[in-house]
Design a protein around this ligand. Structure first.
Ligand code: GLU
Length: 461
């Protein structure tokens, strides 16, 4: 049977990067098996689900390339299927109506808790043959004895005692189906073979297996993924780092680097750190997913982004950075040495937005200088700049080699160290000390602009 996986988010928040990791593993496994990857929006919780979150999730998955093989479905539009399944469970003797009041259930819970027992329903109505009324819920007749074994690719066999699982409500008193019933029916109706989801769903699994068995559905494969944690080993939240996919995309992390980083959260192939979606699909094995919580480390993402940025061709890089330079009102195509500029600046920051910001001085006048840099490199000997200006003013053949050579001569003449003459020029040209080699930087600005900027800094002192 061909593999079908699904990502089944509840649209109660923006797509979390932990969710992207779950979607990615579902996608990679389906593709590896030449199967299908599906998306199901679990929006039965009408109070907490919103269309906005749903759109954000779908748009985010789309933007990062995790595109499903069929149109996503919404549970909110499939009530009939769930009701039909509930009816079948009832008619086949696998479910019963229960009219226990909230008060009785509360009392039962407190009394069990007082005795130090696990609070669970005592199946009072199980053999009463009650019929449906306005205050009955429909409960599943959960097996009273025996064990349910979840065979999990990540955690091996997880054994649950059936006696520890009470008779689950599958229809509420208002007739609406509950989460577990919808989840199980949809996995069956969508032809899902493999459930890959967060390990917070492990305890749901035996309950869902009971529903599946009662409905005569085939068994599913399971892989419960380790939680995505922050540096302090607590579940990753906004306290640790940005958690929304869009935030990373808008800072200029490449999709390929984000996916690379997320794939490493729980999975690895030897020492290979930098890889692409195709590599993941080729090498991915559910059995190689680790059990331990996976720590999301922003500096790893920075590193991977730099590596992925370095692997882009000039044209790809130009396309990738353009939205970021446009935001800063820069048209990179106007630069006379664009290729050299890109090659000199592409590793100047970890993100496209950082690199775009570093490009600003190459397109716009300096509106403020880095004060600390001024104090350190210019203030101690302001006349050096005039000396350099006059020396550079004599150069006709404006190229990197000649310029580097000239700066060397000035250094010797004034008997100074490299930073004492290079940094003031860098500051004059870019506003800060962050720039490529000085010869290249001056070449990138051109003769006229270099001299104008040095003069401007001298005058501003
Ligand atoms: N809707 C669930 C969630 O967002 C996922 C359920 C599942 O994958 O089975 O956590």
């Amino acid at each position: 049977m061909s593999t079908v996986t699904r990502f089944a988010p509840s649209p109660t928040g923006e797509l979390h990067i932990g969710g992207v990791r779950t979607a990615l593993f579902n996608y990679a496994y389906a593709k590896k098996k030449n199967g299908k990857f599906l998306i199901r929006i679990e929006d039965t919780d009408l109070e907490r689900s919103t269309k906005e979150y749903e759109n954000n999730i779908l748009q985010s998955l789309n933007s990062i390339g995790l595109i499903p093989d069929q149109d996503p479905i919404n549970q909110s539009k499939r009530s009939e299927l769930y009701l039909a399944a509930a009816k079948k469970l009832y008619e086949d003797g696998h479910a019963y109506y229960c009219n226990c009041s909230k008060e009785r259930l509360d009392e039962l819970r407190s009394s069990l808790q007082e005795q130090g027992k696990k609070p669970q329903y005592d199946s009072k109505c199980r053999e009463l043959n009650l019929s449906k009324s306005n205050d009955t819920v429909l409960r599943l007749k959960t097996p009273l004895e025996g064990q349910t074994i979840v065979k999990d690719y990540v955690r091996g066999e997880i054994v649950f005692e059936n006696s520890e699982l009470d008779d689950l409500i599958i229809l509420r008193s208002d007739g609406t189906p509950t989460y577990h019933l919808c989840n199980v029916v949809d996995d069956f109706e969508q032809g899902v073979t493999t459930v890959i989801r967060g390990e917070d769903h492990i305890s749901n699994t035996p309950r869902q297996i009971h529903i599946q068995k009662a409905l005569g559905y085939p068994e599913l494969e399971y892989a419960h993924l380790p939680l995505v944690l922050g540096n302090d080993k607590k579940r990753l939240s906004k306290r640790h780092a940005a958690t929304g996919l869009e935030e990373y995309q808008s800072k200029g992390y490449l999709n390929s680097a984000i996916l690379n980083c997320l794939a490493r959260l729980g999975w690895s192939k030897g020492d290979k750190e930098v890889f692409y979606l195709d590599d993941l699909i080729k090498d991915f094995e559910l059995t190689e997913i680790q059990r331990a919580g996976a720590i999301f480390d922003q500096s790893k993402l920075d590193y991977l982004n730099s590596q992925h940025l370095a692997n882009l061709s000039i044209d790809e890089f130009k396309i990738a950075i353009t939205p970021f330079t446009k935001k800063l009102d820069i048209d990179i195509d106007t630069h006379q040495h664009l290729e050299l500029l890109i090659n000199s600046m592409r590793s100047s920051a970890h993100t496209l937005s950082g690199i775009a910001t570093n490009l600003v001085p190459y397109f716009k006048d300096i509106d403020s200088y880095d004060q600390k840099a001024l104090e350190k490199f210019v203030a101690p000997a302001p006349t050096i700049l005039s000396y350099i200006h006059d020396a550079l003013n004599k150069i006709e053949n404006w190229n990197e080699e000649v310029l580097d050579n000239e700066m060397n001569i000035i250094k010797e003449e004034l008997n100074l160290k490299v930073p004492q003459i290079n940094q003031p020029v860098r500051i004059a040209l870019t506003g800060s000390t962050n720039s490529p080699s000085l010869g290249t930087t001056m070449y990138l600005f051109g003769r006229e602009e270099t001299l104008i900027r040095i003069k401007a800094l001298i005058e501003s002192l």
